[in-house]
Design a protein around this ligand. Structure first.
Ligand code: ADP
Ligand code: ZN
Length: 784
């Protein structure tokens, strides 16, 4: 429990504080003498802002103040005084706030390991015998039972004997038997078979004393480590990749590696061995994984290699647990931090390696709140700052990363490409077959969601006691109610999206705002009775499969069935224990799972994600199909993948079938270049929203006008940029708020930002700005 508190700072009287608000400037505060010892750059503080209290981070101390001293306010409180954001992460905050156009306080609130909060260790109350208690216990309880025949009480030297009740004696005895090891009250009560009041009585008499012990708040990933997986001898491809990474590591040189390895090619093994070398050099490693692949199975591979040096950071940790994890980092116990997005902010003193697994995953981008950062890009920034290598691994890298890894042209060889083209061990890539659903409908008069070939394939697997994975791209955009007369789908009253029919609860639900409503008896547009349930959600497939294979044990894994703190972990346990024959799920099951017994993967429909109004739709579809296919035949038996689709000739599907990643990329990159989309061009998205449709449209037009006006007046400076829009967002309304958007397209982020800030200076001074909110998103992933 010896907290290492900071040494008092040289008493500079003022502090510049970045307040956690969407504002750019910092405010200056006086440091009251009582807090002087605690305030340093990086300290988290509470300060008054316009009559309210706000949290912020001290970014620098100064000896002078820009305003007269008398006008300044005092810092009110230092939050978690023993913690301060270290200097390298303060720098990161500066960069994030600039690049992503967020307030510096917003950026630092994101970086702070457990948020801008006041935290303490949790302690536990323990009881032990006091000195007096020991004396009484030993003198009375340990001496031989008084001889019944002896009329005289045994005389002892020293003070007269203290009388204790029989119950109290049991407590003293229990503690003596435990060698006076402090015990939790509950434990002690149980051992002595007594009530709380007996303990209180002994405390009051001074025979017991209290002790406190720090208890660590662990979570489900912190259990005992079982099994061990010794390092594999690397394959020659792995060795080549490993050697390149280690060369940078040992030279303490920044280099970003794009590790493109097909599913099961042993990327994780390369990470593990690179981390082992990092630790041997006395440095630390960050491993980012998408939240959904933060399975106990994945984590345990790391814990088996590195034991308690591994810490796990995920969004379900509460702030107290995060604080405890920080303490283990600060004490040097945790040297490898695995986690989702925000683990990238791990305050390691000697960061030696950063790994981003599944680097193409969209969940690395924070969409709300600001700063809307991309954790992969932040990871690369941190690696560069720490003069350390970064490994970005994926079977289907993002086109942004691929372009960066091309030695010439736009990417300028920013990343080094490393490739693993073969599966590790004896596993081979699965056979992938397309099922043309249009043909099924024509020829077989097939209307079921599960075609005959898929049905037969499932039956064969069940007979052989092998596992089947069935995949449906999205839980939304399917299973809606459609009026067959006027072809109107039932939409949410508050959002411009089609509602999803949830049969289990007998309600339509909006997947944007959560609004529900009962099934209407007739079409709200034309009055035709009984709109039909269309499309296939996971629930509908579950029903069909259960009807087809009543004996099979089916496990449905989607947002609805895995809600709650440890929902996914519980599901996972069932799979691992072999309590499921068929796993049916959304993209949640598309990755991370490593199941030896899965020999068939069925994709119910490849088409949903292809037809979203988003220029990344093909990339996403290709990536999902490739990842899902990778679930099959991870072990000795060759796996099979069946994909049902209405558009079997689409290039994304065709390329996925023949495992031709390079072919897909060439084609897709060409299209992006022609259309002037990312990764060749960058986008800065400005989205306006508010309850009054007219006002939102008007403000959007105003911002577009200001941008074009500034561009025209800035003599050539912004000539390379294009302002696109404004247009209503593809989802034009969410939660009763109308949404409009516009884009700045360019190749230089500094110019894009410069133009936007120029326009905002006037835009934000407009009188009529209430009621319309503006969000800015650099490198947006979500254009809907
Ligand atoms: P990826 O991360 O690319 O999907 P993994 O690292 O999970 O692949 O490796 C897939 C399987 O192959 C794992 O069971 C792993 O233990 C095994 N494996 C990895 N590298 C080797 C190797 N060099 N020799 C034998 N087996 C290996
Ligand atoms: Zn809604």
């Amino acid at each position: 429990m010896n907290e290492s508190l900071p040494v008092p700072n040289s008493p500079l009287p003022f502090a510049d504080v970045a307040v956690n608000r969407p504002i750019r400037p910092t405010y200056t505060y006086r440091i009251p003498p009582a807090l002087a010892a605690w305030v340093r750059p990086g300290s988290m503080v509470r300060v008054p802002v316009r009559g309210q209290s706000a949290e912020g981070v001290v970014v620098r101390l100064s000896s002078t103040s820009p305003t007269p001293d008398t006008k300044l306010k005092d810092i009110a409180q230092v939050l978690t005084p023993e913690y301060a954001i270290p200097p390298d992460l303060l720098k990161l905050g500066e960069w994030m706030s600039e690049y992503y156009l967020a307030g510096p306080g917003e950026a630092l609130a994101t970086i702070a390991f457990f948020g801008l909060t006041d935290q303490q260790s949790r302690t536990e109350r323990l009881l032990a015998l006091s000195e007096e208690g020991v004396r009484v216990a030993t003198s009375q309880l340990l001496k031989p039972e008084p001889d019944a025949s002896s009329p005289e009480p045994v005389r002892t030297d020293g003070p007269p004997p203290v009388r204790v009740t029989a119950k109290q004696a049991l407590v003293l005895r229990a503690l003596i038997e435990a060698c006076n090891e402090p015990l939790a009250p509950a434990d002690l009560r149980q051992r002595a078979g007594c009530s709380e009041s007996v303990l209180e009585g002994l405390l009051k008499r001074g025979l017991l004393m209290e002790d406190r012990r720090t208890v660590e708040r662990h979570d489900a990933y912190g259990g005992p480590i079982t099994g061990a997986e010794p390092p594999h001898a690397l394959t020659s491809e792995q060795q080549v990749a490993f050697d390149r990474i280690i060369a940078a590591l040992e030279a303490r040189r920044y280099e970003a590696f794009l590790l493109h390895g097909i599913t099961g090619s042993g990327k994780t093994e390369v990470y593990l061995q690179a981390i082992a070398r990092t630790l041997a050099l006395g440095r630390q490693a960050i491993v980012l994984v998408p939240e959904i692949s933060l399975t106990p199975q994945a984590v345990s591979r790391f814990r088996q290699r590195f034991g308690d040096r591994v810490g796990v950071y995920h969004s379900n940790l509460n702030r107290g647990q995060k604080y405890d994890l920080w303490k283990r980092i600060a004490s040097g116990q945790v040297q490898v931090l695995i986690g989702a997005r925000s683990a990238v902010f791990a305050p390691f003193p000697r960061l030696g390696l950063v790994v981003v697994d599944e680097e193409h995953e969209h969940s690395y981008k924070q969409s709300d709140p600001a700063p809307r950062y991309h954790a992969r890009d932040v990871a690369v920034w941190r690696a560069r700052q720490a003069a350390a290598p970064a490994i970005l691994g994926s079977a289907t890298p993002a086109l942004e990363s691929l372009l960066n890894a091309r030695p010439t042209g736009e990417g300028h060889g920013k990343y080094t490409l490393l490739e693993l083209t073969e599966r590790a061990g004896d596993a081979v890539l699965p056979d992938v077959r397309l099922i043309d659903m249009a043909a099924q409908v024509r020829e077989q008069r097939e209307t079921s969601l599960v075609s005959e070939p898929l049905r037969q394939a499932i039956a064969a697997r069940l007979e052989r006691h092998e596992q089947v994975v069935l995949f449906l791209n999205r839980r939304g955009f399917s299973n809606f109610l459609l009026c067959l007369a006027c072809k109107t789908a039932i939409r949410c009253d508050h959002c411009d999206v089609v509602m999803t029919w949830h049969k289990a609860i007998g309600q339509l639900m909006c997947h944007f705002c959560g609004a529900t409503r009962p099934r209407p008896a007739e079409c709200p547009e034309c009055g035709t009775p009984d709109p039909a349930a269309m499309g296939a959600g996971t629930q509908r497939i579950e029903e069909d499969i259960t009807a087809l294979f009543p004996e099979a044990r089916l496990l449905r894994i989607d947002l609805d069935t895995t809600r709650g703190k440890e929902g996914f972990l519980r599901m996972w346990k069932q799979i691992e224990d072999g309590k499921a024959d068929i796993l049916l799920g959304t993209q949640m099951i598309a990755k991370g799972l490593h199941l030896e017994r899965v020999t068939l993967v069925g994709v119910i429909s490849a088409d949903h994600s292809l037809f979203l109004p988003d220029f990344r739709a093909s990339e996403r579809a290709f990536s999902q199909l490739t990842q899902v296919a990778g679930r099959a035949g991870r072990a000795r038996q060759r796996g099979e993948v069946l994909i049902q689709t209405f558009v079997p000739n689409h290039y994304a599907i065709q390329r996925a079938v023949v495992h031709d990643a390079h072919g897909f990329w060439d084609q897709e990159l060409h299209i992006r270049q022609m259309l002037r989309f990312p990764p060749y061009w960058r986008l800065l998205l400005a989205r306006l929203s508010g309850p009054e449709a007219d006002r939102v449209a008007e403000r959007a037009a105003r911002l577009a006008h200001l941008l074009r006006d500034r561009q025209a007046h800035a003599t050539n400076r912004y000539r390379s940029l294009t302002v696109l829009g404004p247009v209503p967002s593809p989802i034009a309304r969410i939660q009763d708020k109308t949404r409009w958007q516009l884009l700045i397209r360019g190749q230089r982020p500094d110019l894009m930002r410069g133009l936007m800030l120029d326009a905002l200076e006037t835009f934000e001074r407009d009188k009529a700005r209430a009621g319309v909110s503006l969000t800015l998103d650099m490198d947006p992933m979500d254009l809907l």
